[in-house]
Design a protein around this ligand. Structure first.
Ligand SMILES: NC(=O)c1ccc[n+]([C@@H]2O[C@H](COP(=O)([O-])OP(=O)(O)OC[C@H]3O[C@@H](n4cnc5c(N)ncnc54)[C@H](OP(=O)(O)O)[C@@H]3O)[C@@H](O)[C@H]2O)c1
Length: 344
């Protein structure tokens, strides 16, 4: 077993970055806390401002992490000329509104996943970023993790031969409570958009856009999907499967099957990342334990892109977010997951 040296990667990232940026965080929920903690690791990611619907929450968040400014409304934070790049951490249902608001206030944006509830909305967001000539990226953080960077390297090396099949799952127990974000359709609740997006992202990144989809969901009484199972078929005859659930402790893993071996990416309960590569006559087994759960790497990508004057990431471009949203729409069409007022 080899321990992957994530500290080394982080140091390298720091060396590559040229300029410091003033970040604004929109929303003060669960993931905003984790992202702020990760940003604190980066010398050039300045914790500048936080905006909340509640001034007291904004003040408490600012004092917990040492933000320079705090605002009791998103609009006020976004009109602060000091804010350069905004992390949108509101529920899925509000990503469209908040991203457009940030872009129209001249801010670069890193928007939490899923970018929005459907592909037409994601297209509107991408079009606005292009019109404003500002950076926009969906916060799909796994591809920036040391484990994925290593997996990409192995795939590109061709050592395992052609990739023939993939299977990914993301499952944990989130007990049914109708008012929870994860079960509330008004907030975009459901396992597919919340966690199923990750194995589907993996499949699309490595196999492209599927030609057809077979899918089935178990819906909770609110109409949000508790579990969703998907089979993708590609134009060259390859297939892949994705599964998401709030109903069991199945964990997080993606399995890649090649002509000459296999590759497995697994996330541990402690958020460590396990990469297992089975070559014809050898096994390479690595564990990566990035600090702050690894959320800093997506912030590094944003700042690297800004340094280079890019308005899109080459790793997670807007065309990928649109393809992902289109695929999620195709799955929802098969399984009957609908977001009232947002689906045609
Ligand atoms: N990358 C990851 O690993 C990861 C993990 C978890 C979640 N996420 C994504 O992050 C987003 C937020 O998830 P979360 O778990 O952080 O949710 P959360 O704990 O409920 O926080 C969401 C925050 O959004 C703000 N908000 C704005 N409008 C809201 C509304 N109408 N109802 C509720 N909150 C509203 C609130 O902040 P204020 O009250 O301060 O305004 C709230 O604290 C989701 O899109 C989710 O998919 C990503």
């Amino acid at each position: 077993m080899i321990a992957g040296d994530s500290k080394e990667s982080l140091t390298l990232c720091k060396l590559i970055i040229m300029k410091a940026y003033n970040w604004g965080i929109l929303g003060t929920g669960n993931i905003a806390h984790k992202f702020a903690r990760a940003l604190m690791l980066l010398d050039n990611g300045h914790l500048y401002a936080v905006g909340s619907r509640d001034a007291q929450k904004a003040a408490a968040f600012a004092s917990e992490f040492g933000f320079t400014k705090h605002y009791g409304s998103y609009e006020e934070m976004l009109s602060d000329p000091g804010v350069e790049v905004v992390y949108i951490s509101s529920p899925h249902s509000h990503h469209l509104e908040h991203t457009l608001l940030a872009l129209r206030n001249g801010k670069h944006v890193l928007c939490e996943k899923p970018m929005s509830l459907n592909a037409p909305e994601v297209t509107v967001m991408a079009d606005e970023a292009r019109k404003q000539e500002l950076f926009l990226m969906e916060a799909l953080w796994p591809p920036f993790q040391p484990s994925y960077v290593k997996a990409d390297e192995i795939l590109k090396s061709g050592k395992l031969g052609k990739l023939l099949h993939m299977r990914g799952k993301f499952a944990f127990v989130s007990p049914y409570e109708p008012e929870r974000r994860t079960y509330d359709l008004k907030l975009g609740g459901g396992s597919l958009l919340d966690i199923g997006i990750y194995p589907i992202m993996d499949i699309l990144r490595y196999m492209g856009e599927p030609e057809s989809v077979i899918a089935s969901s178990v819906l909770a009484p609110t109409g949000a999907d508790e579990s969703t199972s998907v089979i993708f078929r590609f134009s060259d005859g390859r297939m892949a499967e994705a599964y998401s659930s709030f109903g069991n402790m199945g964990g997080v893993s993606t399995e890649f099957n090649f002509e000459n071996g296999n590759l497995n990416l697994t996330r541990g309960r402690d958020r460590s990342q396990h990469l297992l590569i089975e070559y014809p006559n050898d096994v390479d087994d690595r564990i990566f334990t990035p600090p702050a759960q690894g959320y800093q790497y997506e912030a590094v990508e944003v700042m690297n892109c800004l340094d280079r004057g890019l308005t899109e990431s080459r790793v997670v471009p807007l065309s990928f977010s649109i393809m992902l949203a289109r695929t999620l729409d195709a799955v929802r069409e098969k399984t009957g997951i609908k977001y009232p007022g947002r689906d045609r």
